[in-house]
Each structure stands twice: as structure tokens, then as C-alpha cells.
Write a protein that binds this ligand. Structure first.
Ligand SMILES: Cc1cc2ncn([C@H]3O[C@H](COP(=O)(O)O)[C@@H](O)[C@H]3O)c2cc1C
Ligand SMILES: O=C(O)c1cccnc1
Length: 357
């Protein structure tokens, strides 16, 4: 059954079809024929099976165009002293992304991925080339006002969907969303607490590295924003409007649309995790198309992974955002595909298989 709502087509997703069962079975069977003790490549075997199922073919094809989209947006809460850095860093980092000097650029080069930057809600003007999907300048300070209007919420989700479509139509066969926005760990924590019914103190993290006084301020802002968010926690669109942000709304549209378009996604850290919880509400079972690249050091991220029933590939104590955690995991995903595609079978190599079955 489709969940099409004629009143809100931009935020209504088709029923998500899970990755292909037959390709999944073929990949499991192929693993048993490859020259290694059964199951000896552990989780790498599961990864290759998942990519086979996503592509509907075994062995899987090497990724032709792994693509990172960086969603940049500012947040009114940044003015409340909840981050160790000022808002202007968002715009400055956008420039850094464009000139290739950020961690995400290095991690993308390392993983043979390319990067696109989009300004969804940066507080200042950015080059028109990256501002085509801009929704507004900064989202509202969610401890005391709505982040967005209803129309902006819809526009942000539609922007994320359109960006996913543009990328998939342009040949992207593995998508990663990254975030850049000072203050966004505060907003993400509020959304995650609202959607997992968690107490404020359990979701307050250090973000960019706030000190104890900053932690207290951040905890108070999260508490106040959660008071505003809880009454609408059952309605993902209202939650984004009241206590989210345009960038996170756009990422949720992007993640849900990737699933609708049968394109696998490597998830990153906290902000993408918050968006993923929303996307799973908008498009149930979208999570079948997502793999958790890593577990962030932010406490609220574990709640996301638990709720989505995703096991992270890496746990390196990373707490950056930008899609960097997902990109750190991408070479493992590539390896898992190559194992299925390039290893010899027992028969091909003339190696004796297991003695019993
Ligand atoms: C130089 C710099 C580069 C970053 N790249 C990602 N973030 C990350 O930190 C911010 C969220 O943390 P908080 O909620 O504490 O502000 C976001 O911009 C996120 O993408 C960065 C932060 C800084 C300072
Ligand atoms: O875990 C993350 O994604 C994160 C943590 C701190 C700052 N920005 C992002």
C-alpha cells in the first residue's frame, strides 16, 4: 500500500521495497564457495551480501560513483553558548570544503568518493552555485521559537529529495550525507531525545568540545527545547518544524529518497542519525537501505543506532560529522564487494573444500 497523501506530496514517500532477497541468497551461497573457511571474513561477508542485495546482483559491481553530499545550515541555538565555536565557522568551513582542506575532503579522496556541498540554511550568503536549494538563513532558536515554518519544513524535505534524485540520476550508486552547522549537536540531541523518549541529560554531549559551564548551558537549552518538542514527537513534520532545522529536514528527505530509489547509504554521526530517525518515520523500512558507518562519541548516537537496529562498522571515538565517519568505513565496504567479485572459488583454484557439511 502506498502512503501517498494528496495534500502533502513533497513529504509523502512510496512504500519502501527492501533490498533483493534473491541476490542476497546468491551472495550467501557464493561466499560458501570462495577459498576461505566458511564465515572467516566475519562482518565483511555480511557487507558484501548487503551490497549484492541492494544492487540486485551477485557478485556486486564496484561502486561507480560513491558520493558525499554535505548539508550546511546554521542554528539559532548557537547564540546560546552551546558550542565551543561561533556560528561564522559554518560559512568558513563551507569555503574550506570547496577548496578541499577539510577532513571530509581527505577522507573522500582516500575512499575514491567525490563531495558536493549544499547550502540549506547557512546564516550568510554563499556562492549561488551551492545555494540553489537554500531554504532560509539559519533555523530558529528551538529553545524559544520554532525552527521553521510549515512551508519551510516541506521545502527542506523536498530539497533533500531533489538532491538525492539529482545525484542518483547523475550516476551515484552509494550515498553519504554529511553535516556542517555550528550548534547542530544541540538540535540533533533534542530530536533524538524526543523520538526515543529519553531524558535530556542522557543526550547532552560535548559536541565540538564545550567545557563544563558550556555543558550546563547546553543541557538547559536541550531541556527547554524538549519541552516544546515532546507534544509533537509523534508527528515527524511538526517535530522538524518546532525543534529541528532546515539542514536536518533536508538530510531526512535525502535519506528517505535514497531508499525509495533503491540506493544504499552509509550513515555518519549525530546529525545524520537524527535525520535518519525522522526519515524512518516518513518512509518506514528506509533503514533497510542504510548501513551505519560508525558509532560517534556523542552519547545520543547510540540511541539512534539502537532504535534503527543498526550495528556500526567502526567505533573510533570520532565526533566530527561532515560524513567523515561514513567515509572512514567506505573502504571496508569496497573491500567486501571486491571479495565477492574477485576471490577464486574452491573449484576454480583447485583447492579442496570442507570435509563435512
Ligand atoms: C572547525 C570545525 C569543523 C567542523 N566540521 C564538522 N563540525 C561539526 O561540529 C558542529 C557541531 O558541533 P556543536 O554542536 O558543538 O557546534 C557541526 O558543524 C558539525 O558538523 C565542525 C566544527 C568545527 C568547529
Ligand atoms: O558525532 C558527530 O557527528 C558530531 C560530534 C560533534 C560535533 N559534530 C558532529
Amino acid at each position: 500500500m502506498s502512503t501517498v497523501d494528496a495534500d502533502r506530496p513533497e513529504t509523502t514517500f512510496p512504500k519502501i521495497v527492501p533490498p533483493d532477497e534473491q541476490a542476497h541468497r546468491q551472495a550467501v551461497a557464493r561466499h560458501a564457495q570462495l577459498t576461505k573457511p566458511a564465515g572467516s571474513l566475519g562482518r565483511l561477508e555480511e557487507l558484501g551480501v548487503w551490497i549484492s542485495a541492494c544492487q540486485g546482483t551477485c557478485p556486486p559491481r564496484p561502486f561507480a560513483r560513491p558520493r558525499v553530499v554535505l548539508f550546511a545550515g546554521d542554528h539559532g541555538v548557537a547564540a546560546e553558548g552551546v558550542s565551543a565555536y561561533p556560528s561564522e565557522v559554518t560559512e568558513q568551513m563551507v569555503t574550506n570544503f570547496l577548496t578541499g582542506g577539510a577532513a571530509v575532503n581527505v577522507a573522500a579522496t582516500n575512499a575514491d568518493a567525490t563531495v558536493r556541498v549544499v547550502d540549506i540554511a547557512v546564516a550568510t550568503d554563499t556562492p549561488s552555485l551551492i545555494a540553489a536549494h537554500k531554504v532560509r538563513r539559519s533555523s530558529g532558536a528551538i529553545n524559544r521559537e520554532d525552527a521553521l515554518s510549515e512551508a519551510e519544513t516541506t521545502a527542506a524535505i523536498a530539497a533533500g529529495r531533489a538532491i538525492a534524485d539529482e545525484e542518483i540520476d547523475g550516476g551515484a550508486d552509494l550515498l553519504i550525507a554529511g553535516d556542517m552547522g555550528i550548534g547542530n549537536t544541540t538540535v540533533s540531541a533534542v530530536l533524538i531525545a524526543a523520538l526515543t523518549d529519553t531524558e535530556p541529560v542522557a543526550v547532552v554531549g560535548r559536541g565540538t568540545g564545550i567545557d563544563d559551564a558550556g555543558w550546563m548551558r547546553k543541557a538547559a537549552v536541550i531541556r527547554d527545547a524538549l519541552r516544546r518538542a515532546r507534544p509533537v514527537a509523534g508527528d515527524p513534520l511538526a517535530l522538524l518544524r518546532v525543534a529541528g532545522g532546515a539542514d536536518i529536514a533536508a538530510v531526512s528527505g535525502f535519506l528517505a529518497q535514497a531508499a525509495a530509489r533503491r540506493t544504499p547509504v552509509l550513515l555518519d554521526g549525530l546529525a545524520v542519525g537524527a535525520a535518519a530517525l525522522i526519515a524512518e518515520e516518513l518512509a518506514p523500512n528506509a533503514r533497510k537501505w542504510w548501513l551505519a558507518g560508525h558509532r560517534s562519541a556523542e552519547p545520543a548516537h547510540a540511541l539512534v543506532l539502537d532504535q534503527l537496529d543498526l550495528t556500526p562498522l567502526l567505533d573510533l571515538g570520532m565526533r566530527l560529522g561532515e560524513g567523515a565517519g561514513a567515509l572512514a568505513a567506505l573502504p571496508l565496504l569496497t573491500l567486501s564487494c571486491r571479495v565477492l567479485a574477485e576471490m577464486a572459488t574452491f573449484e576454480e583454484a583447485g583447492v579442496t573444500g570442507p570435509t563435512s557439511d
